[in-house]
Design a protein around this ligand. Structure first.
Ligand SMILES: NC(=O)c1ccc[n+]([C@@H]2O[C@H](COP(=O)([O-])OP(=O)(O)OC[C@H]3O[C@@H](n4cnc5c(N)ncnc54)[C@H](O)[C@@H]3O)[C@@H](O)[C@H]2O)c1
Length: 409
């Protein structure tokens, strides 16, 4: 049973013994290796009175075979059977893929609850599409940064994986080793790594590069990040820019004006030029990534230097970044990976799964799914419901009116 207090109570698409069912499907994007729920999280949902149905093969690319799901109490079923579940969990929310799988979208109907990463502010058209199907869509990237939601924070868990893997990628491609080595064959000097943006991904990158023995520098616009950079063994880069108002709601950075970014580019250029590896992670929610690294800075890096730009999905921090491509700039190589967590699919899925199971727990009440917009976690993440786009920020991007009764922030 799904009860949507935004609209009316809905009958589930296929209710078994009154339990709401949770469906896990193979991700539509063929290059995505993660799965939204791993076998180890099945019991958390079944204990809440829910039935878990997993499409056969859904976890295979992440290293989780059907047998593991079955032994943890899930039903391994066909895609159609999984799609008929009340709640559909995806790493990428079903129907919001680019492009969406038409067969999947056609199967969605009123009463379905779709949960996953949905990029609602970057690709609001997909939210409209799901609203038209009468689906209740939860976008996990909108989880509020409050203590209660910390265990559901998929952005943080996946950024942790991305920050770690970015350093390994750079270490693999760099024609140097990371640590200082004093050997009979002479002394090898340590690699110099600069991390721009010291949020979740950046701090993990600093920690990983430090563990590998590199000399690491970290920079962030938020003054509060300095202590964290230092605590992980990084040297703090301080720029003479006025960043007093840089921290906004939820601990995120604010968007600054172009003059501010121009000054940052100018000041960062000589620092970037002196590095072997640059890891970029600076982002501002809902805005394009700030351009902080001019092409000229990369051209001045030593031959063989590596830039890994984790801001590539938002356009990149480096002027020369092209999403999902490797670009030679002078003697350096600029990488713009857009989905590093998928390259560490087992642990990335395990962390995502724990987050999403905790989120489902918010909705689960004795085997039923209850959508209560009075709950602040529900209110922040519910973007479509009852045929409408209910999140004002998304409706604005679609140039749609939002009725006053929604009362949403
Ligand atoms: N539940 C919580 O309270 C919670 C959860 C996760 C993260 N956080 C905190 O939120 C902060 C940011 O998190 P995130 O990693 O998701 O952020 P993010 O991915 O939006 O941005 C990454 C980093 O880029 C930085 N940045 C943005 N513009 C910049 C610029 N012009 N120059 C330099 N750096 C710039 C940001 O300050 C941030 O640290 C961190 O302090 C983190 O600890 C809090």
């Amino acid at each position: 049973m799904v009860e949507n207090r935004h609209g009316s109570a809905q009958d589930p698409p296929a209710d078994i013994e009154g339990k709401a069912s949770i469906g896990i499907l193979t991700e539509a994007d063929k290059s995505e290796r993660r799965v939204a729920l791993v076998p180890g999280s099945v019991a958390q949902l079944t204990k809440s009175g829910l039935e878990v149905r997993v499409q056969s093969g859904a976890g295979a690319a992440a290293g989780f075979p059907d047998e593991a799901y079955a032994s943890h109490g899930a039903h391994v079923v066909s895609r159609d059977h999984a799609l008929a579940s009340d709640v559909l969990l995806g790493v990428r929310a079903l129907g919001t893929e680019d492009p969406p799988d038409p067969g999947t979208v056609d199967a969605l109907r009123p009463g379905h609850v779709v949960i996953g990463l949905a990029r609602p502010l970057d690709a609001p058209e997909a939210v409209r599409l799901l609203a038209d199907r009468g689906v209740a869509l939860f976008a996990l990237e909108l989880l509020p940064r409050i203590t209660r939601a910390q265990s559901m924070d998929v952005l943080s868990s996946q950024a942790t994986v991305a920050g770690y893997k970015a350093v390994l990628l750079a270490a693999d491609r760099l024609p140097k080793m990371f640590p200082l080595l004093t050997t009979a064959a002479g002394t090898v000097t340590p690699a110099r790594v600069l991390v721009i943006g010291a949020g979740v991904a950046g701090l993990q990158a600093i920690a990983t590069a430090h563990r590998l023995g590199a000399v690491v520098q970290g920079y962030d616009i938020r003054p509060a990040a300095a202590e964290q950079i230092a605590s992980l063994g990084g040297r703090v880069v301080e720029l003479p820019v006025e960043a007093g108002e840089a921290e906004g709601a939820g601990g995120y950075a604010r968007a600054m004006d172009e003059a501010f970014y121009a000054r940052q580019r100018e000041l960062l250029t000589p620092i970037v030029a002196g590095c072997d590896v640059l890891i970029c992670t600076a982002m501002v929610p809902g805005s394009p990534a700030p351009k902080l690294v001019p092409g000229e800075a990369v051209e001045r890096m030593a031959p063989g230097s590596i830039v890994v730009d984790l801001a590539a999905p938002q356009g990149g921090n480096c002027e020369r970044t092209v999403p999902d491509l490797e670009v030679s700039v002078g003697g350096a190589l600029v990488l713009g990976p857009t989905n590093l967590p998928s390259t560490v699919p087992m642990h990335a899925s395990q962390m995502f799964s724990k987050n999403v199971a905790n989120f489902v727990d918010v909705l689960a009440h004795e085997g039923r799914i209850v959508i209560d917009p009075q709950d602040e976690i529900v209110a922040a993440t519910l973007v479509a419901s009852g045929g409408r786009v209910v999140l004002p920020a998304v409706a604005e991007r679609l140039r749609e009116p939002v009725s006053a009764e929604e009362g949403r922030p």
